[in-house]
Ligand binder design. Structure first.
Ligand code: ZN
Ligand code: ZN
Length: 360
């Protein structure tokens, strides 16, 4: 691990990109770089200054949570922005192109006026790349989020009975995760039974879960800001021949990818490890999404594992491996674990059983 903190590493990137400052508006980046977890505020980082600008509601909290930052109170008008920039003497100021809306961008440029010598420069993924490699402290928080989901899954699925609806099952899982210390869900739980499972992002409905149909459960907890993400596919009773064939294919694809993924590979190379297994089983057209994604303060973050992803996997990154096969009219099977790259190889962090028998 690099001993330098995130702020120092970001300053290195500023130098590389010949920026005098970075204006950070993405909430997860703000939290990562400063420690401040309020719902409003932005950072301005230069080589020698670190400023956290927020409104009166958060000034006290910001001072406590972000001791390395000078806290500036913003007003209703955006006058603070040009005033601060001229005080800092910066000219090339990066902003986060993926976060700032056009309206916010216009407001900033209007507040700067003309002839001030400041140019706003779009940047992409600067803090996101730093966030991808997790510190031991972050790993600990992520593991707590994973543990809450693992335990909740085992607890709830073992007591699952025919007659329960998708919505009821989702609520049981949510309650259990909260009881196990989750501060909230990292995303709305997906419970997709039977044909609904062919829609990878189906919302739980009032549909009753029937015996013999596959049930895709995609869930994650959040713990001190950090997310977990896992998918299991279970069946009440006997899923029959199709279920066994599809399930075994997806599991083999997942296990192959976990065993073979290595630091230095691109997201596309990692994806192809699982995709090849699914193609060879004849389901190539039924794996319509990428193999996985980074997980941290956001449930979907850098790197991306999928077709055409040039993101390079590095030691210390935490990401998902989640192949799936979806058959229209029948349903789907997806199996998702979180892994960390350690010693160049994937260590599996998720512990929930993959062949859990529902209702037993
Ligand atoms: Zn998921
Ligand atoms: Zn995922």
């Amino acid at each position: 691990m690099n001993a330098a903190g995130p702020l120092d590493r970001l300053r290195g990137l500023l130098k590389q990109q010949e920026l005098d400052a970075l204006f950070v508006s993405t909430p997860e980046n703000r939290r990562y770089l400063s420690g401040f977890d309020g719902s409003a505020g932005c950072l301005i980082i230069t080589q020698s200054d670190a400023i956290l600008a927020t409104d009166f509601r958060y000034v006290e909290q910001a001072g406590r949570q972000a001791p390395d930052y000078r806290v500036v109170r913003t007003g209703v008008e955006s006058k603070w922005f040009p005033t601060l920039l001229s005080e800092l003497g910066v000219r090339r100021v990066g902003f986060e192109a993926q976060d700032l809306t056009v309206a916010q961008y216009n407001q900033l440029t209007e507040s700067l006026g003309k002839g001030n010598g400041v140019s706003l420069v779009p940047t992409q993924g600067m803090a996101e790349r730093l966030r991808a490699v997790k510190t031991p402290e972050e790993r600990g928080l992520i593991q707590r989020a994973i543990d809450a989901a693992d335990t909740a899954f085992s607890r709830v699925v073992s007591t699952m009975r025919p007659g329960i609806t998708e919505q009821e099952l989702a609520w049981e899982l949510e309650k259990a995760m909260r009881e196990l210390g989750a501060e909230k869900m990292s995303f709305d739980i997906i419970v997709a039974a039977g044909p609904n499972g062919a829609l990878p992002h189906h919302h739980p409905s009032e549909r009753v879960i029937r015996t013999g149909e596959p049930v895709v459960i995609d869930m994650g907890a959040r713990y001190q800001g950090y997310c977990s993400d896992m998918t299991r596919t279970v069946v009440l009773g006997d899923g029959g021949e199709t279920f066994r064939r599809v399930f075994d294919t997806v599991l083999a694809a997942q296990e192959t990818a976990i065993a073979a993924v290595e630091a230095g590979m691109t997201g596309e190379q990692a994806d192809s490890l699982a995709r090849r297994v699914i193609q060879e089983a004849g389901y190539g057209d039924n794996f319509g999404h990428g193999l996985g994604h980074g997980v941290g303060l956001a449930v979907h973050e850098f790197p991306r594992l999928g077709l055409r992803s040039a993101d390079v996997l590095e030691e210390g990154m935490v990401f998902t491996i989640e192949p799936g096969v979806y058959l229209s009219g029948w349903g789907g099977v997806r199996i998702e674990d979180m892994v960390v790259l350690e010693g160049g190889r994937a260590g599996v962090l998720t512990r929930a059983p993959k062949k859990e028998k529902a209702g037993e």
